[in-house]
Design a binder for this molecule. Structure first.
Ligand code: SF4
Length: 382
């Protein structure tokens, strides 16, 4: 895949019916060739990725798993970085149908935006547990959590954590620049789904409705020097094979375009959703495994993040298949670590309720070193 265009034009080359046809005609021989290409260090094509995500690859999952493990160890060693989120605010003007923070989610728990002293309390609580990598999260309410307040929050968080990323609303280039100037290291921003009709249906309100602006957000962040770029699709919204294919192309575009930044992919599955929403395209455990393996072979140098949305047993089993980052001990509500307990509205219920030290022990038991600091900085020199 060349990188001579924007992400929108690149994805436009791969409409759903074309991808579906590629996946449908993939044969076991195509899967074997893709695995061989990955083993020999070659760059996989879009057709290879389609084959690895196709039903024809079901019989090759063990071979793919061995190759995924080898590639991950080659590029990342035997380390898993642990991180945690701090929810700065659960106020949201958008109404994404699947989300607990949505304006009309029907949940009447308290909405709260942490003030600087409140943020410090939460930072102290997490830092005391050993974390050095933080993700600051807000809903989509730029008039409540302004860009200036986000910049101030990043600066506060940097007093406690060497690595701070944000998962917030889509921003303009000068806005990302402002945050990077105050110490921001990474931007996490999710397309949720790349399928435009599905995207429009589940995002009926707010600036998130603007598909094109959201799609190009990480390019703006990369242009401003964000050193970590993290993307995902929300598994369960649309056919995981198609969304996984588009996600792979988007991630590769970012790797080529912003080669000084580390690109990472997350694998969140919709599990607990507001009562008004039914998960349209549920993703099973074996689907999740195939998606991770296929993307690992296609993106050998991308970080893979697995959150506490998945249960402890599954997370432990997925560790050797390409995971490089795990969240641990997470709270998905503002003030959830020390300030307010469970009074405030949470975004979603987590499945893995182990403490950070219990997760670290599970990582060690799987034969990996749990690391609290992100060593990318040492490798890249930034
Ligand atoms: S997904 Fe984000 S923008 Fe959408 S309702 Fe939830 S917090 Fe708001």
């Amino acid at each position: 895949m060349t990188d001579d265009g924007g992400v929108e034009s690149k994805l436009a080359e791969w409409p759903g019916d074309r991808v579906q046809a590629l996946i449908a005609r993939a044969a076991p021989g195509d899967v074997e060739s893709a695995i061989r290409r990955a083993s020999s260090g070659g760059e996989l094509s879009a057709a290879d990725l389609a084959a690895l995500l196709s039903p024809a690859a079901r019989g090759s999952l063990e071979t793919m798993a061995r190759e995924a493990q080898r590639l991950t160890r080659r590029h990342f060693g035997r380390t898993i970085t642990l991180y945690a989120p701090i929810y700065l605010s659960n106020v949201c003007a958008a109404d994404c149908l699947y989300c607990g923070f949505a304006a009309k989610s029907g949940d009447s728990h308290q909405r709260l935006t942490l003030d600087p002293p409140g943020l410090r309390v939460e930072c102290e609580a997490l830092a005391a547990q050993g974390f050095q990598t933080l993700l600051l999260v807000t809903g989509e309410a730029p008039s409540v959590v302004t860009v200036d307040y986000l910049a101030e929050s990043v600066e506060i968080a940097r007093e406690y954590f060497p690595s701070v990323s944000v998962e917030v609303y889509s921003m303009t280039q000068p806005e990302y620049e402002k945050l990077v100037g105050r110490g921001l290291e990474g931007v996490t921003l999710y397309m949720e789904t790349y399928d435009r009709p599905c995207y429009a249906k589940v995002h009926p309100k707010g600036r998130k409705q603007d598909y094109a602006a959201r799609l190009e957000s990480l390019d703006r962040a990369g242009a401003d020097g964000a050193r970590k770029l993290n993307l995902w699709v929300l598994l369960g919204l649309f056919d995981w094979r198609l969304d996984g294919f588009w996600l792979g192309l988007h991630a590769r575009h970012l790797q080529k375009q912003w080669w000084r930044s580390a690109v990472a992919v997350s694998f969140p599955r919709l599990r607990h959703v507001p009562a008004r929403f039914t998960i349209p395209a549920p993703v099973g455990d074996s689907d999740l495994v195939q998606l991770m393996l296929g993307l690992r072979l296609f993106l050998p140098q991308a970080g893979f993040t697995l959150s506490t949305r998945e249960n402890a047993g599954l997370r432990d089993r997925l560790i050797p298949l390409g995971v490089t980052h795990l969240s641990a001990g997470s709270s998905t509500r503002p003030g959830g670590y020390a300030l307010c307990g469970s009074e405030t509205l949470e975004q979603f219920a987590i499945e893995d309720r182990r403490s950070p030290s219990e997760v670290a022990r599970a990582v060690a038991a799987a034969g990996y070193d749990p690391v609290w600091k992100d060593f990318d900085r040492a490798f890249t020199g930034f």
